[in-house]
Each structure stands twice: as structure tokens, then as C-alpha cells.
Design a protein. Structure first.
Length: 379
């Protein structure tokens, strides 16, 4: 009797151990999601080295006038739109969408709220079958980061930031609207090498420290200090996401989204967009800022007027829209409308009509926003 009871105890213990192992795997597998979905190919294995963390420079405010010279502010005082049209790719149909994963009969996916779901049934939306490698998650990016002086730590940090950006982007337009993004980020070690490589692709390096070439799925970044290089890399990656997900867009929307997401921070898997300190003084936006309708109407004036004002106003508009439920819904409607005609940017009239329909008091609310402290936003 004693021996039989021992055998039963051993069997029960083994069964409990198996169940516990499965539950433990599912628990940590879900928590691991946002770290593992972007796995950069480590093309240059280098020993870790310390990099200097410098704050972005504070930019002086200017009036709405023609600039006397080209400026560099974290790589965004430059007309990306020209290069996007010159080197971009226009696909009238949506490309391959985000897929779910299935292992051992269990489906795993992330909904539009960013919540990981498990089920023994296929998700109801139009997801495609995906059998990943072990411990691989949704394939948001096919990402390659390279550079002779780029450390593994830099690559991993950039990957985590882009994870958070993709989650934030998904929270706006919804998971079923997302597209897979193929992107190579090449960080050039100095200005001379950056100019040489940009010119070799037929681009113009004047007035910029980062350039996205959609035709080649390539973002070129000039290496500066750690902080500035990281922001530029994220900024250019957002241009790649914009082109893949919603296609051609007005300048204010394209640069506003890139400027908004470039200051993303990740702590314990949680992404937060910090206010862009280069555009603030003691937490407040300083100087002139165009209202959303003024900004939309200035679409044709990016080259002839103060670029800093245009970029600051674009960033402020996106940060404003992301600060409220009404604003996020308006931005979603705008982006999904852009997605329906991927080879044509919305006209000024179309953009304004969408905002008026979904955010009638946007001008008044924006006026309050620019007079208030700019707060961090969780993705």
C-alpha cells in the first residue's frame, strides 16, 4: 500500500511539474513579446564601448520667414519629402500584413490595444498563418542595423525603441492596418563618409544627417553623439513605417509622426514618448507655432519658409492629437484615409475636412495645448 501511494505521489508530482512548466512558458513567452519581435542582424560584432550622452541642442525661435541657411536639428531640418518622392516606392495595394503565431495549437497575437492574446482558435480578423522560429514573435520588422562603430548595446536599444514605436503606431491605426517593414539602417562613422555614401545612391547630403531611401529599404545615418544618432535612426525608421503602412502623405503628417516618435524611451517593456526638449523651454513650447489648419495650408511652403517652424508645428500637432482620445481618433481616421490611396497624399482640403468632421473644436483645444506644459505620453 505504501509503495502504491509512493508511485501515485511520483506520478502526481510529474504531472504538476509538466503543467507548471507549460504555464511558466506561456507566462514569460507573452512578457517577452515586445523585446523579441525585432531581432536586428548583428552585422558588425564589436566590443561594447562607452558613448557620450549629450542632450540635444536648444533651438532658438524664429519668425515665419525664409531661412538664411540650412540648419541641423537631430537631422530633421531637411525636406525629406523630396527624397521620399525621388527614392520612395509607391505600392497601390497593401503589402503583407502582420501575422499571428501558432505553437502547439495555441494562437498568439496582439490586439489593437497592445494586449497579448492566447486562444485555441484563430483570431477573427484577417491574419495569415505564421509559424515562427522558437521564441520569435510577430515579425513587424525585417531589420538590419550596421555600422563600423556601432555596438551591440546600441543595436539592442534601437531595436527596443522601434518595438515601442511599432506598438504605438499600431495603437493608432489598429493591428489589421499594419504592414511588415523591411529596413536596413546603416550608420556612417563621420560626416565625410556619410556624404560619400549618400551621393553614391544619388542623394543630396546637404542639410541633413539622416536620409531614408525607400527604393532600397535603406536609412543612412551620420554618427554623432549617442543621443543624436539614436534619435535620427528612429526618425528615419518612422519614415519607413509611414511609407509601408500609409504610403505617400503630406509633409506635416510624415515629419510630425517621425518627430513625435523619435524621442521614445523604453523602461521595463513600456514605451513612453518624451517631450522634445529641443523645442521646449522649462516644459513649454516657445515661440510661434502654426495651428493645425495653418500647417496644412502651408504644405507648399516648406522649401520657401522657416523649416524649423514647419517641423516644430508638425511635431506639436501630432503630440497634441496623441494627447486625447478625440485627437487619436482623428489621427486614425486621417491615416486610414491615406492608406486607401497609398500613391496619393491627401489634399489640404481633404485633410481639413477630416479634422473638422472628427475634431470640430481643434483650433481652440490646440491653443490651450500650446499654452500648457507638454507631458510625456505612454504608448
Amino acid at each position: 500500500m505504501k509503495g502504491a501511494w509512493s508511485e501515485w505521489k511520483e506520478a502526481i508530482f510529474k504531472a504538476c511539474l509538466v503543467v507548471f512548466s507549460v504555464l511558466l512558458f506561456l507566462f514569460f513567452d507573452g512578457r517577452e513579446f515586445w523585446f523579441t519581435q525585432i531581432q536586428p542582424q548583428l552585422t558588425n560584432m564589436l566590443s561594447n564601448q562607452k558613448t557620450e550622452l549629450n542632450n540635444a541642442p536648444v533651438v532658438s525661435d524664429k519668425t515665419f520667414e525664409k531661412p538664411s541657411s540650412v540648419q541641423l536639428l537631430n537631422g530633421d531640418i531637411f525636406d525629406h519629402q523630396t527624397s521620399l518622392r525621388q527614392f520612395g516606392r509607391c505600392a497601390s495595394q497593401q503589402a503583407e500584413g502582420i501575422k499571428y503565431r501558432v505553437e502547439n495549437g495555441i494562437y498568439t497575437w496582439v490586439d489593437e490595444r497592445g494586449i497579448t492574446n492566447y486562444s485555441d482558435k484563430k483570431p477573427s480578423f484577417a491574419a495569415k498563418h505564421y509559424q515562427p522560429e522558437r521564441n520569435r514573435a510577430l515579425d513587424f520588422f525585417d531589420l538590419n542595423i550596421s555600422g563600423p562603430n556601432i555596438t551591440d548595446q546600441f543595436k539592442n536599444t534601437l531595436s527596443a525603441k522601434l518595438n515601442a514605436v511599432f506598438r504605438g503606431y499600431t495603437s493608432i491605426v489598429g493591428l489589421d492596418a499594419m504592414q511588415k517593414v523591411t529596413l536596413r539602417i546603416k550608420v556612417l562613422p563621420n560626416r565625410r563618409e556619410y556624404e560619400r555614401v549618400v551621393k553614391s545612391y544619388g542623394g543630396n547630403p546637404k542639410g541633413n544627417v539622416g536620409l531614408y531611401l525607400g527604393r532600397y529599404n535603406l536609412a543612412l545615418v551620420e554618427q554623432r553623439n549617442h543621443h543624436a544618432t539614436m534619435q535620427t535612426a528612429v526618425h528615419e525608421a518612422v519614415h519607413a513605417i509611414n511609407q509601408a503602412v500609409i504610403g505617400y502623405t503630406p509633409r506635416w503628417l510624415n515629419e510630425g509622426l517621425a518627430g513625435y516618435f523619435q524621442t521614445v524611451k523604453v523602461t521595463m517593456q513600456v514605451g513612453t514618448v518624451a517631450p522634445n526638449q529641443a523645442r521646449l523651454h522649462r516644459g513649454y513650447i516657445t515661440g510661434r507655432v502654426l495651428s493645425p489648419y495653418e500647417l496644412i495650408n502651408a504644405e507648399s511652403k516648406w522649401k520657401s519658409y522657416n523649416s524649423e517652424l514647419m517641423y516644430k508645428s508638425s511635431w506639436a500637432t501630432i503630440h497634441f492629437l496623441m494627447s486625447t482620445t478625440t485627437g487619436r481618433l482623428s489621427l486614425k481616421k486621417l491615416m486610414l484615409q491615406e492608406q486607401t490611396e497609398r500613391c496619393r497624399a491627401l489634399s489640404n482640403r481633404e485633410s481639413q475636412a477630416l479634422l473638422r468632421a472628427h475634431y470640430p473644436n481643434i483650433v481652440d483645444r490646440f491653443a490651450v495645448f500650446i499654452q500648457s506644459p507638454v507631458e510625456p505620453q505612454r504608448l
